[in-house]
Ligand binder design. Structure first.
Ligand SMILES: [Fe+2]
Length: 354
């Protein structure tokens, strides 16, 4: 089997930015086969919904699309290309083949009245509605509370239930409230070369701050994550009273330089809207806040996501607090680079002092 080595540039990119783009890494025929599979199933969903006689028929039709995430033509994008080998080079170890993928296909939308996880109207949220988040966080047991309406006791009970809509819990064991993995891997099946086409938005370089923050939480006795020291889970001043803080305020405040403000004075950090072409892949460090952005162009955006974890001991399969505090712990292929970088930094500081 051909072994993949990391280039210095790839190591620099992931170290500095928290993500790296692997250009043109998927053969075009695989991209086309995957997009065809998705489109065929979207067609089936439409046909199923049009022929539906009741709600259950519509639910069955939408399930069609969920199954595509475990179709071989989709899984091959990761398992049988250089993407998996590159991820393994970063982790310094072999990993299991992916068994499921997330299809992320936002369609064109007007800046709308819908309320996002931050508790604001989408139309009022800067940067194409970007609400950065870390994965693996509880995101409410019920649909997002509306603006201008108190939750009824019934809805309140549902909102605070576990698990949340994304399957996460508010608390886990090991004094940690984050279900963490190692890297988010995105594969572009459509060109995303201009802003506003539904680009993935990333808070470039924030992974360093996130790691420092988790370390501070641990030093303060934990738990790590929301509801832990310095991280109130809900932003009650948000318009809907239940905005979810999906990364800490301290990190948000560190990115004020290019941020925009909403009328209530809240700052919204400027994400990097990633530009990729169909056939490119992205490896994103778990600690990099990320989110989709609104599609203002004419076409839906096609991305497929895989969640990759370096091999872990049984006890750490769901939560691995050490990897939150030491962001390179599971990136063994990066450890020499990080060591050299840290040594250079130390020498630079010593030189500056003397
Ligand atoms: Fe995510």
């Amino acid at each position: 089997m051909k072994k993949i080595g990391l280039t210095l540039q790839q190591q620099r990119d992931i170290y500095r930015d928290g993500f790296v783009v692997l250009s043109n890494i998927i053969p075009q025929e695989m991209v086309n086969a995957a997009r065809r599979e998705i489109n065929m199933n979207l067609g089936d969903v439409r046909a199923g919904a049009m022929g539906a006689e009741n709600l259950s028929d519509i639910k069955t039709a939408t399930k069609t699309l969920e199954r595509v995430g475990s179709d071989k033509v989709i899984l091959d994008l990761f398992n049988n290309t250089d993407v998996k080998k590159t991820v393994e080079a970063f982790f310094g170890r072999r990993i299991k083949p992916a068994a499921v993928a997330q299809l992320a296909i936002p369609f064109p939308q007007k800046p709308g009245e819908n309320v996002n996880e931050s508790g604001y109207h989408d139309k009022d949220t800067p940067f194409y509605g970007w609400c950065g988040h870390l994965d693996g966080l509880w995101n409410g047991g019920d649909r997002i509370p509306e603006i201008g309406k108190e939750l009824t006791p019934h809805r309140r009970h549902k909102w605070y239930s576990d698990p949340s809509r994304n399957g996460c819990y508010r608390t886990y064991d090991q004094n940690c409230n984050v279900h963490n993995f190692t890297a988010l891997v995105g594969i572009a099946l459509s060109d995303q070369t201009i802003e506003g086409c539904g680009n993935l938005g990333l808070l470039k370089g924030a992974h360093h701050r996130i790691g420092e923050f988790f370390q501070q939480q641990r030093d303060a006795g934990g738990p790590l994550g929301p509801d832990g020291p310095g991280w109130k889970r809900e932003h009650t001043e948000a318009p809907n009273g239940h905005g979810l803080r999906h990364y800490p305020e301290q990190v948000r405040a560190a990115f004020r330089k290019d941020a925009l403000q909403t009328t209530d004075g809240r700052y919204w950090p400027k994400p990097t809207l990633v530009k990729v072409r169909a056939g490119d892949a992205l490896i994103v460090h778990f600690a990099t806040p990320h989110s989709v952005t609104r599609v203002q162009g004419p076409d839906p955006r096609f991305m497929v996501y895989f969640r990759a974890s370096a091999p872990r001991k049984e006890a750490h399969l769901q939560v691995y607090p050490d990897a939150l505090c030491d962001i390179w712990l599971e990136w063994r292929g990066m450890q020499n680079f990080v060591k050299e970088h840290d040594a250079k930094e130390r020498r630079r500081k010593e030189f500056a002092i003397s």
